[in-house]
Design a protein around this ligand. Sequence first.
Ligand SMILES: [Zn+2]
Length: 80
Amino acid sequence: MMTLRTKRYPCSTCDAEQPHRQLTRAEQEQLKERLGRAGVNDFWICENVLDPDTGKQCRNLRTGWLMKPFPKPIRLPAPE
Ligand SMILES: [Zn+2]
């Protein structure tokens, strides 16, 4: 089991500092396809829980140095 690094960053949609983690391999593949770019190692995903009942997380993406790397926020779909 791979251990993913986590870090606190401001999230553009949560509007506060939230725990973020690096993307899993599967999420990286998903994002590569969506963005059509080869390198997505610099992305972090927001783990803020939006709905405590379901455990639904924000999953908004940012990079280590940009809070808004896209014109519109991109959230990765939750895993099945
Ligand atoms: Zn967030």
